[in-house]
Design a binder for this molecule. Structure first.
Ligand code: HEM
Length: 413
């Protein structure tokens, strides 16, 4: 029977105990399959690497702009659907437009977020990592069983500190920012539009502050662009919002997932510590094997598309104009067509590239920063505690969009 959006082959559940198990089931059904999201919302999911990359680079037929979402336009998506602010954010921003409008919004950010600015953050990242790891050690010494939560003490505050410094946010304000983001990424909450609105207001006041008192940060650099290249005030606020949203949680998940993977593979830690394999490989292998972005919202078909036009293996799939497509990076990362029969195994000696920072026009603008943060943190953590182990259960965060856990209890020695 032909695959159809009205007959989903899989239901994605934010409370699923194992997103990889879900991903593997979706992949078995085919490279592009109909799935159901919470609230009964149907979408296509792309589950294999090459079809995924083909789709991501075809921004003309698969746009990020939610005004093409037929079900939304027909009023079939409830306004209180918890994922609405992520699938169809309000306003316009670089991550939900395509073509000339996308280039207009992305260029200033690309100009301000230079390789030099990222490189200049290395001492900030190193100092912050040293401080947080020192605090982790102290907490472990005080804990009767020596067990500490790596997530709350390192993986969460580190990227918030880094992105906060990047944007020029005062350190005292980082926790409040973190709380607003937790609200936004919890698929079980009902008030995601509200969290979005509060964040916009908060960032608007940051822009006003940097206007009065410019610093050596990204916000000030965006404000200082020459008139023809500068973003309008509203676009600037939304751009900062996207940078924070895209750059904080994802990097926290990368740190968490990499620490978890390495903690049970001492022989691979040894390859890294001895320099036989560079730390960058541990970062890339985590991105592939345990992608921080799991099932990512969303593309919309601008015309009817036959699956075979995306990839020969998707023959028989008919995507109608206005259908939404989510990109299952978590499924693509373990695609045996691309990574062979050992796709399910974590191995820092692998050398293939992966697609977990996206592909095409929307390729992650913060990839160099995320890679730098992860390399600095992982080399320090396992340089200091090669025998770090994870203790007990690792509970999942209540979302199937990102691949993360609410805590990671570790013993350092
Ligand atoms: C491990 C960490 C990260 C992961 C896994 C990640 C992943 C991604 C992915 C998959 C996309 C493409 C989305 C799409 O095509 O629909 C993307 C876009 C983006 N990322 Fe990242 N990202 C990470 C870190 C960061 C950081 C640190 C920043 C900012 C400093 C950032 C800023 C952005 C922005 C602004 C976009 C939108 C680009 C556009 O639409 O043109 N990301 N990211």
């Amino acid at each position: 029977m032909a695959l159809s959006l009205s007959r989903p082959v899989h239901r994605l559940d934010p409370l699923s105990p194992d997103l990889h198990e879900d991903a593997s089931r979706m992949r078995e059904h085919g490279p592009i399959v109909p799935v159901e999201l919470p609230g009964g919302v149907a979408m296509w999911a792309v589950t294999r690497d090459e079809p995924g990359r083909n789709l991501l680079k075809d921004a003309e037929r698969f746009t990020k702009n939610p005004r093409h979402w037929a079900a939304l336009n027909r009023g079939e998506i409830p306004q209180d659907w918890p994922l609405l602010s992520l699938a169809a954010p309000a306003g316009r921003s670089l991550n939900i437009v395509d073509g000339p409008e996308h280039r207009l919004l992305r260029r200033p950010l690309a100009q301000a977020l230079t390789a030099r600015r990222v490189q200049a953050l290395e001492p900030v990242i190193s100092a912050l990592a040293d401080r947080l790891l020192g605090e982790l050690e102290q907490a472990a010494q005080k804990a009767p069983d020596g067990v500490v939560d790596f997530r709350s003490l390192v993986a969460w505050p580190l990227p918030m500190g880094v992105i906060g410094s990047l944007l020029g946010v005062e350190e005292a304000d980082h926790p409040e920012l973190g709380r607003l983001y937790s609200d936004l990424f919890d698929d079980t909450r009902k008030d995601s539009r509200d969290a979005e609105g509060r964040l916009h207001a908060w960032l608007d006041s940051l822009v006003a502050q940097r206007e009065r008192d410019p610093g050596n940060d990204l916000t000030s650099a965006l404000l200082a662009l020459p008139p023809g290249e500068r973003l309008e005030r509203d676009d600037l606020v939304v751009t900062l919002y996207v940078v924070l949203a895209a750059g904080h949680e994802t990097t926290a998940h990368l740190l968490l997932n990499a620490t978890r993977a390495l903690s049970s593979r001492p022989e691979q830690v040894e390859l890294l510590r001895s320099g036989q394999v560079p730390w960058e490989r541990a970062v890339e292998e985590t991105m592939r094997w345990d992608s921080p972005t799991a099932n990512f919202l969303t593309r919309f078909a601008t015309e009817d598309v036959d699956g075979a036009d995306v990839h020969p293996d998707a023959d028989g799939v008919h995507i109608a104009e206005g259908d939404p497509v989510l990109v299952s990076y978590i499924a693509m990362g373990r695609d045996p067509d691309r990574y062979g029969p050992t796709a399910g195994e974590f191995d820092v000696r692998r050398t293939e590239t992966n697609s977990s920072f996206g592909y095409g026009a929307h390729f992650c603008i913060g990839a160099p920063l995320a890679r730098l943060e992860a390399r600095v943190v992982l080399s320090r953590v396992f340089g200091r505690w090669p025998g770090l182990t994870v203790v007990g259960d690792v509970p999942r965060s209540p979302t199937m969009l990102v691949n993360s856990h609410t805590r990671l209890d570790v013993r350092l020695r």
